[in-house]
Every structure is written in structure tokens, then in C-alpha cells.
Design a protein around this ligand. Structure first.
Ligand code: ACO
Ligand code: ZN
Length: 451
């Protein structure tokens, strides 16, 4: 991050500043202060949209900013005083459209150069991740439940409301979600935490809660694990069919879209099963997160989309959902893999799960002293964990654990990896207790064939 010599555009005289503000348009790149507070961090950014927010007397604009090289969830509306006007780069105009765009530009500062829409933005990512992701994990989706929208429509790139209320929590969306426009315009959306139906105000929600009979997701409870410390509390998981429980499934998808970038499954929920994880107490089952799964997957997908609601993130629930998805794969006796591409956080969580699960087997194996026992094949690891061989391979390669030795591949584990494994294993971790799963897989080939 480069600090400009002066604070923002303090050197820019007032008149010139006003003119420069008018000239700003979508596609302009400049530095923006990422923080509203006193803290200053000038960060390269791109203007995606501009709106007027002044009144009759004062002209004021706000700018919708995407921070270059940061994930889209950090995109936001900023006031003009957070822009560094001395750093503006105007978008290049394609040669053939130069003439046409000359006629369009600089009319009101809201210009939409014709080439803008087809301009591909650089893939965004968060700071924590290096660029070494396996290609497949980042390729845009063309099939399955998270198809990347080929028409990168400007309206769906902008967050369309301020927050939603869900049970005890108020959540700020990370991405666009297609809730009805009348609701989005109001800026706030109120959800019933049990049926997930959405309302425009608190009064409507209160009225709804008086009538709503649901206190948990629909479908079958297939897992329950009591909290050893607190009576009447614990974790439960419900399985529901996207065809039978369409309204709930659609409401869930709308909620999930607020936190999933490339998801476009909103209405066709029929081909999916949904596994909703809740924390239960004496009042009901409160949604924590979920994953969806195709009833039939030709690509061995055992998860389509996975989400932990932001209010529950970084507490081990994502790992728990992932572990549960593999426990189902174990019962099905099938290898499974999550649908690609993974999001930045998805990749972090999966890689952490794969590493820990594979290391658990390898460390156990290393304890055995007999030479014979310290052999294991990738196939055997897959059989035991039901992690797809591609993911086992990519995890081992990521940690540089595969070596070529005397004409064959061997697993070579660094002491550092073993230490990290032990350190992580000591953390108090939420774990699935397989004995508590009450589930038998259905043969969807027959069922779907009959429909
Ligand atoms: N920064 C760094 N590491 C992280 C982060 C983060 N923000 N979030 C998760 N991780 C990693 C860590 O290694 C973590 O282990 P640690 O806490 O011991 O360090 C591990 O992931 C698992 O963390 P959990 O607490 O179990 O995961 P969480 O409940 O936060 O859920 C999830 C992870 C589901 C990816 C969540 O971040 C989320 O819902 N994100 C938005 C939706 C999304 O991106 N889903 C995945 C899309 S890909 C797909 O659907 C197939
Ligand atoms: Zn309800």
C-alpha cells in the first residue's frame, strides 16, 4: 500500500476538485481510503457505480468501490472525501468505439461507456490466500448449482440492501441477492428465523411470528448431538428435499446468496437436498448454516454450496458441516468432492479439513513401528476418508508431501507438518459423532427416472 504524500487530495483546490468529481465515471481507477475512521489506508480501487446523494442546495455523490485484489464482499459505497483525486486513471477506450463514446461521455458523470459491460474484471481474492489455487478450483462454473453469470450484469455486482435481521442477529450482506426490489429499496429485510420468509418491517415480522408454527427447518432431523455442558442445548441437522419443501429451499437460497458470490440457484431447487445445521435450545432450532447436495451427481459432488452464516463463522461450524458431508459419503460408500470453483473461504476451510483428516491417518500410521504397516496408498486414504482422490492428491502436493524416491512416489512428511497437526488436534474442536446420524441414502436414479 502506498501512502500518498498528503492526506488524500488536500492539495486539490476546491473548484478543480468539484470538476474532477464530475469527471469521475464507472471504470475509473483511483486510491480510496479503506477506513471510515481516523485510520488511513490508501488502496487501489475501481469505481463500479455512482449515485447522487446531495439535496437541493448541495451536490454530493457516493461511489460504489471495488478494491482491486480484494474479494468483492468488501465492495462498498463511499463518500467523495475518501477518494484520492490525484490518483485517477480513466478507463481505456477501445479503438473502434472511441468515436461513439466521445459523444456519450462527460454528460453528467454517470456515463456508461459502451465497452464497460464486456470488460472482464480481475478475479478477486482475499489477502490470506496465495495464488496457487488448483486451476479447477477457480474456474468459473458452467454447470451445477453455482453457475457463473455470463452476463456480468452491473446491477448484480452491487449489494442491493443494507442489512437483514435473522433471529438475534443483524447481518450485512456480502453480495447481491435477488430479494424483491420493493424490500431492497427500504434497505432492511426482516426474516423469520424458522421458515426464512422475508418481510419489510418489524411489525410484519412480529405479526408473522404470532402465526408461524415452525420452530425448526422442515424435513427430517437426521442428526442430534447434545451439548455436554448445557442441558436442552446442542446441534441438530435436518435433511430436506428441494422439491418437497420448495418455499423453504428458495428462501434459504436467497439468504445464502447474500454470502455466496457465484450462486445462481434460486428457483430450481428440485434436484437438490439441503442439510441445515441448527443450534437448538428450549425455544427452537436456530439456523447456523447449511450445505446443498445434488440428488444425483455425475461428477461425484457431495456438496454443491456450503455456508456458515456470518454470525457463526470462525467457530468450527464450517468444518463440522464439511465433516458431516463426508460422513454421508461414508454411508453412501462413495468418494465425494465439493462443487468447483471453491470460494476463497471455501478453499481455506476445505484445505484445512483435508489436511487435518489425512494427517490424522498418517500420524496414526507413523506410530506403528512395523515397517509393513507404514505403507499406505492414496486409494486407501480415499477409502477411509471418502475424500476424492483428486483432493487427496492436491492436498499432499500443496504440502509438498509427495516425493520421488528410488523410482517410485513416496509420502514424505515434514516434522513441521506433524507438529502443526498435533497443535490443531489439541484445539477444542466440534466433531460429528457418526453414531448419532440416522440416515439411509436413497437411490435417486430410480426416483428421478419415475418422475
Ligand atoms: N480467514 C482465514 N481462514 C479461514 C477463514 C478466514 N476468514 N474462514 C475459515 N478459515 C479456515 C481456517 O483454516 C479455519 O480453521 P481455524 O479456525 O482452525 O483456523 C477453517 O477454515 C475452518 O473454519 P470454520 O470456523 O470451521 O469455518 P466457518 O464456520 O467460518 O465456515 C465457510 C467456513 C463455510 C467457508 C464460511 O466462511 C462461509 O460460509 N463463507 C461464505 C460462503 C462460502 O464462501 N462458501 C464456500 C463456497 S464453495 C462451495 O460452496 C462448494
Ligand atoms: Zn415463520
Amino acid at each position: 500500500m502506498v501512502e500518498p504524500d498528503v492526506k488524500g487530495d488536500a492539495k486539490v483546490p476546491e473548484k478543480r476538485r468539484a470538476k474532477e468529481l464530475k469527471e469521475l465515471k464507472e471504470g475509473c481507477k483511483l486510491r480510496v481510503n479503506r477506513f471510515r475512521s481516523e485510520r488511513t489506508e490508501w488502496t487501489p480501487a475501481e469505481i463500479l457505480s455512482i449515485r447522487d446523494c446531495g439535496d437541493r442546495w448541495t451536490e454530493k455523490k457516493q461511489f460504489y468501490i471495488h478494491y482491486v485484489d480484494f474479494n468483492k464482499r468488501l465492495d462498498e459505497w463511499v463518500d467523495q472525501d475518501r477518494l484520492d483525486l490525484s490518483s485517477v486513471e480513466f478507463p481505456a477506450q477501445p479503438k473502434d468505439s472511441k468515436k461513439a463514446s466521445n459523444n456519450h461521455s462527460h454528460q453528467n458523470g454517470h456515463t456508461h461507456p459502451p465497452a464497460r459491460k464486456s470488460q472482464k474484471r480481475k478475479a478477486s481474492r482475499v489477502e490470506e490466500i496465495s495464488d496457487e489455487n488448483v486451476d479447477e478450483e477457480k474456474r468459473p462454473r458452467s454447470t451445477g448449482s453455482m453457475v457463473q453469470n455470463p452476463h456480468d450484469d452491473i446491477t448484480t455486482r452491487i449489494k442491493n440492501f443494507e442489512w437483514l435481521e435473522l433471529g438475534r442477529y443483524r447481518l450485512q450482506p456480502w453480495y447481491f441477492s435477488p430479494y424483491p426490489q420493493q424490500l431492497c429499496k427500504l434497505g432492511k429485510i426482516y426474516l423469520c428465523e424458522y421458515c426464512l420468509c422475508f418481510m419489510k418491517c418489524l411489525t410484519s415480522l412480529k405479526n408473522h411470528l404470532r402465526k408461524c408454527r415452525m420452530r425448526c427447518p422442515p424435513g427430517n432431523e437426521i442428526y442430534r448431538d447434545k451439548d455436554p455442558k448445557e442441558k436442552d442445548k446442542g446441534i441438530c441437522i435436518f435433511e430436506l428435499d428441494g422439491r418437497k419443501h420448495k418455499t423453504y429451499a428458495q428462501n434459504l437460497c436467497l439468504l445464502a446468496k447474500c454470502f455466496l458470490d457465484h450462486k445462481t440457484l434460486y428457483y430450481d431447487t428440485d434436484p437438490f437436498l439441503f442439510y441445515v445445521m441448527c443450534e437448538y435450545d428450549m425455544y427452537g432450532a436456530h439456523i447456523v448454516g447449511y450445505f446443498s447436495k445434488e440428488k444425483e451427481s455425475a461428477e461425484d459432488y457431495n456438496v454443491a454450496c456450503i455456508l456458515t452464516l456470518p454470525s457463526y463463522q470462525r467457530r468450527g461450524f464450517g468444518r463440522l458441516l464439511i465433516e458431516f458431508s463426508y460422513e454421508l459419503s461414508k454411508i453412501e460408500k462413495k468418494q465425494g468432492t465439493p462443487e468447483k470453483p471453491l470460494s476463497d473461504l471455501g478453499l481455506l476451510s476445505y484445505r484445512s479439513y483435508w489436511t487435518q483428516t489425512i494427517m490424522e491417518i498418517l500420524v496414526e500410521l507413523m506410530k506403528e513401528e512395523e515397517e509393513e504397516r507404514s505403507k499406505i496408498s492414496i486409494n486407501e486414504i480415499c477409502e477411509r476418508t471418502r475424500i476424492h482422490w483428486k483432493d487427496v492428491q492436491s492436498t499432499l502436493l500443496h504440502h509438498k508431501m509427495i516425493d520421488w524416491y528410488r523410482g517410485s512416489y513416496v509420502l514424505a512428511i515434514d516434522k513441521k507438518e506433524v507438529d502443526t497437526y498435533h497443535k490443531n488436534a489439541q484445539k477444542a474442536q466440534l466433531r460429528i459423532n457418526p453414531k448419532n446420524i440416522q440416515w439411509t441414502p436413497k437411490d435417486w436414479t430410480k426416483r428421478l427416472g419415475r418422475n
